[in-house]
Every structure is written in C-alpha cells, then in structure tokens.
Design a protein around this ligand. Structure first.
Ligand SMILES: [Zn+2]
Length: 75
C-alpha cells in the first residue's frame, strides 16, 4: 500500500477489525497452503503448524511488520 499509493506511513491511520490470531483456532493444511501461495506471504512465517496468524498476514499485506506496528501504534 505504501509503495502502490506513494503514502508516507506517518500520514496513515490504520484500523483493523476483529481477526483471528494463531492462538484462536486451527485451520486445514490446505488453507495454510493457499495463504503461502500468495507472494507477500511466501517468505514469512504466517503459521505454527495448523495455527494461522491472520494478524501477521494483515500487517504484511498493508506493508509493515510487527516491530513497525508498535512504532506506528501511538503516532
Ligand atoms: Zn486468539
């Protein structure tokens, strides 16, 4: 998103609705494989076994990682 729209992250407010994290539930291996086929998730660890971390997927899909999340959270 930052690259596609040439946006400065400091100008963004990001709100994320309810979502499941890896502590919430198990999914099928087939579903995890579908996520791993998506380019932006290919080189990151989005699951622990059959526990899929949608929070991590969301943050990577909008262009920053968890360490950056904290950085921007209080801006
Ligand atoms: Zn949970």
């Amino acid at each position: 998103m930052i690259k596609d729209y040439n946006i400065n992250p400091k100008d963004l407010n990001v709100y994320i609705g309810p979502h499941n994290r890896s502590c919430c539930y198990e999914v099928s291996e087939e579903l995890i494989e579908k996520f791993k086929e998506v380019d932006i998730y290919k080189n990151i660890n989005i699951n622990q076994g059959r526990y899929l971390d949608l929070e991590k997927c969301i943050f990577y899909s909008i262009g920053f990682n968890r360490s950056e999340k904290r950085k921007y959270k209080y801006n």
